[in-house]
Each structure stands twice: as C-alpha cells, then as structure tokens.
Design a protein. Structure first.
Length: 299
C-alpha cells in the first residue's frame, strides 16, 4: 500500500529568488509530476520528497491578498485528500471492503440529484447549511444502465437483477437490501443497493471530523475521510453481507464559517461496506468489480 499526497505549485512572479525556488521544486519532484500543465504532484507520504514538498507549502502558502491584487506570487498547496494505491496483499488481509464501482449510470438530463433528496427531518436545524438525504426512489434512463452488472449512481450504487439474485440466493442479502430503480414511466431498470444493516462508529474510528449537526434530529455531517480505511474487530462483528454506515458524509466544506445561502443544501451519503464473504463471492463472479480494502485496525 502506498499513500500519496497531492501538491500543486504556481508561480506568477519573475522575481529571481522565487523563480529559482520554483524551478528547484519542479526539478527535484519531476518524477512525481502527474499533470505538467497544471503542475500537480503526487508524492508518497513516507518519502523524503514529501517532507521537502511540505516545507515548501509552509514557506510559500496561498496568499489571497496577492491573488486579489494581482501581485506576483508563488505558492505551494497540499490538498486535504490523499490517494492510496493498494496491492494484492492489502486486498487479502482486508477485513471488509468499501463499494467503489466506477461505471457511472447518469440521471436524466432534466433531473438533478435534488429530485431524489429531502431534508433530514421535519424541522431541519443545521449551523452551516441544511443537509439532505436520499428519501425517494431513484430513476434513470434504461439506456444508462444498459447491460451493466453494477454502476455508481449520483447517490449510492446500483446492482443488476443478476447480482441481486446471486447475493440473495447465497443468503448474503435479502429483498430489503435493494430498492428498485425505474425509468420515469415506472419500468424496471435495476436495483439500488440500500442495506438495512447499519453499522455505527466507522467514520469515528477513522478519525472522521464532524463539521455540522442537525439540532432537531441529531444527524451529523462528516467531511469525507482520506484512505486508507481501518476497521476494528468490534465493528466487524456488526457486519452483515451488505452494510452502510449510520454516519453521513458530505463534500468537504472549504470554509466552515462562510455564510451560506439559506437555499443551499448538500446531500449526505453513508458509506457502503461489504463483508469478506460478499467480496469474495462477487470477485469470483465479477473479477473487475471495484472495491477499496478496509484493513484490520487492531494490529
Ligand atoms: Zn434533522
């Protein structure tokens, strides 16, 4: 397993000292450059180069004042999110797996994801912004799912009739773990994976940060947590075949104190987790199905 941090550098100055630093950074880290035009770098966090890049980020922070006033600047940023690459060993020793299907099945052009969501409760009362959750059945055009066996939806994940049947026949899921996805006319397309078994404490265990909470119903909003993910034995004992977390994640809030428009709402989603039995069965039948390994955390 290798975890990478994401860095960016930008320089608009022709000051010779800054240019020298800029060129030094680019030369030293050229092996880690993933986008030359945008000057983006992916650097393993256990490397000397990571410490080097971090020193730059501290020395040359983003300066909004310079930006706003067109004053020449140079800055280095480290993104909050990291990227983790896993190997076979990680998949073998994982205790559970996060569903991470890559094939997208898109909504209707004339419908947004707002069509499927509503407020968390009757009297939503959030500090930063009103959050929403999916509370209606999903609808997608038949052609979007097509012959796919599984897909990512704008909210959650979809499985074909075949995948659903396999899991139910093997006793790893029940009818209630799926909700039908239809076209606007109500004709059957596929199933959304909607696990009835909810596990509590996964994001807390992974140092998830609560950024907001509904004072009325108590729903918490977590910022997404960076990989790698870990799971305790105690949490593993809560797992059925298909599971989701009680904790709800939303996109990262860049600035918690920013004044948001009252109308703005962001939908929160749980994480979808399968146990090892489901993972092994699905990989046997669908070798290219995508999951993120969740490693045992008690080692
Ligand atoms: Zn609420």
């Amino acid at each position: 397993m290798i975890t990478y941090a994401n860095f960016g550098i930008d320089c608009s100055s022709d000051d010779s000292n800054l240019m020298e630093s800029y060129n030094e950074f680019r030369a030293r880290l050229s092996d880690f450059c993933v986008d030359d035009d945008m000057q983006l770098y992916q650097i393993p966090i256990d490397s000397d180069e990571y410490k080097y890049a971090q020193r730059f980020a501290i020395e040359y922070p983003v300066n909004d004042y310079n930006d706003a006033n067109d004053i020449p600047y140079m800055y280095v940023t480290e993104s909050e999110s990291t990227y983790t690459e896993y190997d076979e060993l990680d998949y073998n020793k994982a205790s559970a797996y996060l569903i991470n299907f890559w094939y997208f099945a898109y909504d209707y052009d004339d419908m947004s994801s707002d069509e499927f969501v509503g407020f968390c409760c009757d009297k939503p009362s959030w500090r930063i912004e009103k959050c929403t959750v999916q509370n209606r059945n999903y609808m997608i055009p038949k052609s979007e799912f097509g012959r796919k066996k599984y897909a990512k939806l704008m909210l959650g994940y979809a499985a074909s009739d075949e995948v659903r049947k396999l899991l139910i026949e093997e006793g790893l899921a029940t009818d209630n773990d799926f909700r039908e996805v239809t076209t606007k006319n109500g004709s059957h397309v596929c199933y959304q994976i909607t696990p009835t078994n909810k596990i509590t404490g996964f994001l807390d265990y992974n140092n998830g940060k609560v950024v907001d909470c509904c004072a009325n119903c108590g729903m918490k909003r977590y910022n997404p947590v960076s990989e790698p993910y870990y799971i305790s034995e105690e949490l593993c004992e809560q797992l059925n075949g298909l599971n989701c977390t009680t904790e709800m994640e939303g996109p990262i809030l860049e600035n918690e104190d920013k004044d948001y428009d009252d109308e703005l709402s962001t939908s929160l989603e749980p994480l979808y987790i399968v146990n090892k039995t489901v993972y092994e069965l699905l990989k046997k039948h669908y070798p290219r199905m995508q999951f993120i390994p969740i490693l045992p955390g008690d080692e």
